[in-house]
Design a protein around this ligand. Structure first.
Ligand SMILES: *[C@@H]1O[C@H](CO)[C@@H](O)[C@H](O)[C@H]1NC(C)=O
Ligand SMILES: *[C@@H]1O[C@H](CO)[C@@H](O)[C@H](O)[C@H]1NC(C)=O
Ligand SMILES: [Cu+2]
Length: 172
């Protein structure tokens, strides 16, 4: 008959493996020190980054000067909010990336998107941090740095699992 401690250990390992990736979510300040502002190249800013489900975008700007609206591809192209989405206006708007796919954000102040480049489009990848999740469809196109990050994450989780299992065995 297996000891209840075995089940406890297995439960701890599983919970640990799931909990670690979410604690590694990244918070991106859009535009870094420039924030959400006029004439900044947000496409270049986004180009080298690997956005994942669970990560956060923070739009920083002077309240009342700009806003942030999540739009679709058409609205992004036309720099126009058609969908009467309520803009975010706090000056420190935090958006958690909840689903994978392409996301579009613009400033709805007239001219700011169309002529002053206040438009950001990013691609959010699925969170592949859990050892139990299947490889994402973007697996083949990953940059070396993100692969390295994942490998490091996997081996770190692996070691945590080994240590937790060892402690669990000691308890039995
Ligand atoms: C458009 O608005 C509808 C209803 O308010 C919402 O469900 C949908 O997600 C919006 N689409 C986009 C691209 O924001
Ligand atoms: C974007 O939203 C508008 C308004 O809801 C809609 O008319 C348009 O077809 C949408 N475009 C895409 C690509 O979903
Ligand atoms: Cu603006």
């Amino acid at each position: 008959m297996a000891s209840p401690n075995i089940f406890f250990t297995v439960a701890v390992v599983v919970v640990t493996a799931f909990a670690i990736p979410s604690s590694w979510a990244t918070e991106y300040v859009v535009g870094d020190e420039k924030g959400w502002s006029l004439d900044f190249d947000y496409q270049s800013w986004a180009a080298g980054k690997e956005f994942r489900v669970g990560d956060k975008l923070v739009f920083k700007y002077t309240q009342g000067v700009h806003d942030v609206v999540k739009v679709n591809g058409t609205e992004f192209q036309q720099c126009e909010v058609i969908n009467n989405t309520v803009p975010l206006r706090t000056g420190n708007d935090v958006i958690t990336l909840l689903t994978p796919g392409i996301k579009w954000y613009i400033c709805s102040v007239p001219g700011h998107c169309a002529t002053r480049n206040m438009k950001l489009s990013i691609t959010v990848a699925a969170d592949v941090g859990s050892p139990f999740s299947a490889p994402g469809p973007n697996q083949g196109s990953q940059t070396p740095s993100s692969s390295a990050r994942e490998n490091a994450a996997s081996s770190f989780r692996g070691w945590i699992a080994v240590i937790v299992t060892f402690l669990g065995v000691l308890l039995v």
